[in-house]
Design a binder for this molecule. Structure first.
Ligand SMILES: [Mn+2]
Length: 264
C-alpha cells in the first residue's frame, strides 16, 4: 500500500453520527495518507443529530480512533469547531488528548503564504442579508457577523439548537448557486481584513480552490457527498483531493502517479 506523506491535511464536514457520513471512504483515505499537521475544519462530529437519535456505527468509531492514533504517533492536530459540533466551542483554547481546540487559526504554508482557517458558519447571516447589508457597508457586515456569533452563544446556553440561516435559506429558496457565490464573497471579504494571502473553510460542502481578487479561496468540501480533502505538500503547494475519483480510477493506488484533481 502506498502511503502519501504530506505536510498538512485539512478535513471538514465529515458529519460523524449521521447516516450521510461516508466513514468507510474516509477511513480508507486516512490509511493512505500521513500528515505532520491535521486541521479539522468543523462539522466533524454532528452533535445535533446525535442529540435527537443516537447513530454511531463501528466505522464512525474507527475514524475517531484512526485520527487519535495519528496524534499519538506525533501528528499535530487542530480542531476548529463548526456549527454542528459547536458544543466544542466552549472549549476553545483548551487541549484534549493532544488535540488543540481553536475558534480560527492562521496557517502558514511551507512557502510562506498565510491562510486564515475557519469553518464559515458565522457568515450565514451575511449571506442571507447580502442585499441590504451591501447598502450599509463594512461596519454592518461586522456587526451582523458579531450578532450571529452572539445569538449562537445565547441559544447554546439556553439549550436550543443552532439556528442555521443557511439551512433556512437553502430550504426556502433553492438558489444554491447564488447562495454559494454569496458565501464565498462574504468569506473573502472578511479574510481581506486580516493580513493573509487566502482563506481555508468548509461549511457549504462545495470544494473549490481559486483566486478571488487576489485572495486564495479554498473550500475543503465534505465527506457526505464530495469526499474531498485539502493537502499541502512539502513545498507549500495546495491541492484538493477527491477520494471517490481516485478510488474509481484504480484499485492499485499510487497517489504520486495519479493526476489528482485540483479544483479550478
Ligand atoms: Mn457547518
Amino acid at each position: 500500500m502506498h502511503i502519501r506523506k504530506v505536510r498538512t491535511l485539512f478535513l471538514s464536514d465529515v458529519h460523524l453520527g449521521t447516516k450521510g457520513c461516508q466513514a468507510d471512504l474516509l477511513l480508507d483515505f486516512l490509511k493512505h495518507i500521513e500528515a505532520d499537521t491535521i486541521y479539522l475544519v468543523g462539522d466533524i462530529i454532528d452533535g445535533w443529530r446525535l442529540k435527537s437519535a443516537w447513530y454511531w456505527p463501528q466505522a464512525h468509531n474507527d475514524v475517531v480512533q484512526k485520527l487519535l492514533r495519528k496524534v499519538r504517533r506525533g501528528t499535530k492536530m487542530i480542531y476548529i469547531p463548526g456549527n454542528h459540533d459547536e458544543f466544542l466551542r466552549d472549549y476553545v483554547g483548551h487541549q484534549f488528548g493532544g488535540v488543540d481546540i481553536e475558534e480560527e487559526a492562521i496557517f502558514e504554508t511551507a512557502d510562506g503564504k498565510r491562510m486564515l482557517v475557519l469553518h464559515g458558519d458565522k457568515f450565514d447571516v451575511v449571506v442571507n442579508n447580502v442585499k441590504w447589508l451591501a447598502h450599509l457597508g463594512d461596519w454592518a457586515y461586522d456587526i451582523a457577523i458579531g450578532l450571529n456569533v452572539s445569538i449562537g452563544w445565547v441559544r447554546r446556553r439556553l439549550g436550543l439548537p443552532y439556528w442555521s440561516f443557511s439551512g433556512w435559506s437553502k430550504q426556502k429558496v433553492k438558489r444554491a448557486v447564488n447562495f454559494i457565490g454569496a458565501f464565498e464573497r462574504a468569506v473573502v471579504n472578511d479574510a481581506k481584513k486580516s493580513d493573509v494571502h487566502g482563506v481555508i473553510c468548509g461549511h457549504i460542502h462545495a470544494p473549490v480552490m481559486r483566486d478571488m481578487g487576489g485572495c486564495l479561496y479554498v473550500n475543503t468540501g465534505d465527506w457526505v457527498d464530495s469526499c474531498t480533502a485539502l493537502v499541502e505538500d512539502e513545498n507549500g503547494a495546495l491541492e484538493i483531493i477527491r477520494w471517490t475519483a481516485i478510488k474509481a480510477d484504480s484499485d492499485v493506488i499510487d497517489l504520486d502517479a495519479l493526476p489528482l484533481r485540483s479544483a479550478a
